[in-house]
Design a protein around this ligand. Structure first.
Ligand code: OGA
Ligand code: NI
Length: 356
């Protein structure tokens, strides 16, 4: 058992080191694809992450509403990720969410350590950094704060940041509003699949069981950004993920065999289709591979809210309506917990074969 004695990435970053510890250096094959994120963000040529305007998603005019849905459907099928604009969550509330999270991370590390999670005993909520989970000891250039924010009766408010004092109020309001947005999106996606409006919502657990988990990702400045990643390439296991950030670029999407850098779109919320919806839709909606770059100049912070089905209560598999003779089921039945287990296993196998 390898126990980690590595400090928080924030402490490492502020210690003045000019070269990063080897655990943060990506394997050779991966390094060739990591560039300067500010240069990458400027590139105008090639495919770009779609922007979906949700103004008309609940329009009284059925034709107008249908047009909006079709845009969403296209983005969900081709990309599985998009910038949502006019999503109904106020600029002011988003600013307050960013403000309270940033204030928490501005506390001294010792202060934040009071909220440290304990992954070895299964307490995943709280302040943390990735633990090396394989022989290579590979780490990511970030610290985070992770906690469940909805439904309200499943929260553990005792572990939420107490500083700044508005943290709980602001984050709770954001959670309620995002939950509403998630419902709207799930309705629209259901109709896009030819299902009844409430179907996907029900299939992922409904109001009682769909869990909203907030992960505030804190990416310190990195002295060798071309050698590290903030988050390594992955797909989200969630049904949907909603992301806010502090307007510093970093997110990249693996689209048609190339890494595409997401531009920073003011007042937008980035939305990912996660593995759960990919499975339920039998692959019609995509869960895209993505990763996060870091940089030398600016701290990047993102607020990712993962909307997840319950771990064991629901068996996820392609809905019968999405399967036909010419479209066989692409995914075997698994609970959410089994899906996570399966991904971990696959990753371990990959690592074993790569080191051979
Ligand atoms: C994640 C993630 C990207 C980002 O937390 O799952 O993909 O922009 N984050 O921070
Ligand atoms: Ni992700």
């Amino acid at each position: 058992m390898v126990t980690s004695v590595l400090p928080r990435v924030e402490s490492l970053a502020s210690s003045g080191i000019q070269s990063i510890p080897k655990e943060y250096i990506r394997p050779q094959e991966e390094l060739t694809s990591i560039g300067n994120v500010f240069e990458e963000e400027k590139k105008e040529e090639g495919p770009q992450v779609p922007t979906i305007d949700l103004t008309e998603i609940e329009s009284e005019d059925k034709e107008v509403q249908e047009r909006c849905r079709q845009e969403l459907k296209k983005a969900a099928m081709e990309w599985g990720v998009m910038h949502l604009v006019n999503h109904g969550i106020s600029e002011e509330l988003m600013d307050r969410v960013r403000k309270v999270g940033q204030k928490f991370f501005e506390l001294p590390v010792e202060e934040k350590e009071k909220y440290a999670n304990d992954q070895s005993s299964g307490n995943v909520q709280g302040y943390g950094s990735k633990l090396a989970n394989n022989a290579s000891g590979q780490l990511e250039w970030e610290d985070y704060f992770f906690h469940l924010i909805f439904p309200e009766d499943k929260r553990d408010l005792s572990i939420w940041p107490k500083i700044p004092s508005e943290y709980t109020e602001v984050t709770s309001e954001y959670a309620r509003q995002l939950r509403g947005l998630a419902s709207k999106i799930l309705s629209a996606l259901s109709i896009c699949l030819g299902l009844e409006e409430g179907r996907l919502e029900k299939e992922v657990g409904g109001v009682e069981e769909l869990l909203l988990q907030l992960k505030i990702n804190y990416y310190p400045k990195c002295p060798q950004p071309e050698l590290a990643l903030g988050v390594e390439a992955h797909t989200d296991i969630s049904a949907l993920t909603f992301i806010l950030h502090n307007m510093v670029p970093g997110l990249q999407l693996f689209y048609q065999g190339k890494w595409v850098t997401a531009k920073c779109v003011p007042n937008s919320i980035i939305m990912h289709i996660g593995d759960t919806i990919e499975i339920l839709s039998n692959g019609k909606f995509k869960s895209i591979l993505h990763r996060g770059l870091v940089n030398k100049e600016k701290v990047r912070i993102s607020w990712a809210v993962f909307c997840e089905p319950p771990k064991d209560k629901i068996i996820l598999k392609p809905l019968p309506e999405t399967v036909s003779e010419t479209e066989p089921p692409l995914f075997p039945p698994r609970t959410f917990a089994q899906h996570i287990e399966h991904k971990l296993f696959r990753k371990t196998q990959d690592n074993l074969s790569n080191s051979n």
